[in-house]
Design a protein around this ligand. Structure first.
Ligand SMILES: *[C@@H]1O[C@H](CO)[C@@H](O)[C@H](O)[C@H]1NC(C)=O
Length: 175
């Protein structure tokens, strides 16, 4: 009994210490400083909400298991971008770029758009969307913002080189 209690105690210390690096002042420290996402409906976390398109899902039952309800994710709960952010240790999901109002961009930005593919024409039958070219254009805006905050393009480049960039796209998708 005594040795079992000792083993449990040792185990809790080991668990505590092994998790220590992830916690400073109760805030999770992610494995990378930022995570950028380019993609389609598997990743869109609300970007299409801003657009005139039937290809948006900001109504129930989408989001029925998500903590803030329907958000524009093509999912009942988390989407793939959220799960990756969680696994990387971010304490919140990566912000959507939307139509440019994103202010929390130092953690990364999610540009994903429901219906997007490699081609500009992909998904266009379904209405407006952020094509891959627009997503890249939007990222350019984010890069300028980061350079402005960090002081120079050089510092921004160094910062961004530590980040994860994730791009997913169907080659042709309901074109
Ligand atoms: C990216 O932004 C910079 C300004 O920060 C601009 O000079 C450049 O032309 C932009 N590139 C593209 C491809 O839009």
């Amino acid at each position: 009994m005594e040795s079992r209690r000792k083993a449990l105690w040792v185990l809790s210390v080991v668990l505590l210490v092994s998790n220590w690096q992830h916690w400073t002042y109760g805030k999770a420290v992610p494995q990378v400083p930022c995570y950028f996402v380019f993609g389609d409906s598997l990743f869109d976390n609300g970007n299409n909400n801003y657009l005139s398109t039937p290809a948006k899902v900001n109504y129930l039952p989408y989001g029925i298991d998500f903590d803030t309800g329907a958000s524009g994710r093509c999912s009942n709960g988390l989407n793939i971008a959220d799960t990756i952010a969680e696994q990387l240790g971010f304490d919140s999901y990566i912000s959507d770029f939307g139509v440019g109002g994103c202010t929390n961009f130092l953690d990364g930005v999610n540009y994903g758009s429901n219906g997007a593919g490699i081609l500009d024409s992909t998904g266009s039958l379904a209405g407006e969307l952020f094509t891959m070219n627009i997503q890249l254009y939007n990222h350019n805006i984010t890069v300028s913002r980061i350079a402005k905050i960090l002081g120079s393009e050089e510092v921004a480049r160094k910062y961004l080189s530590q980040c994860i960039f994730f791009l997913y796209s169907n080659p042709v998708y309901y074109k």
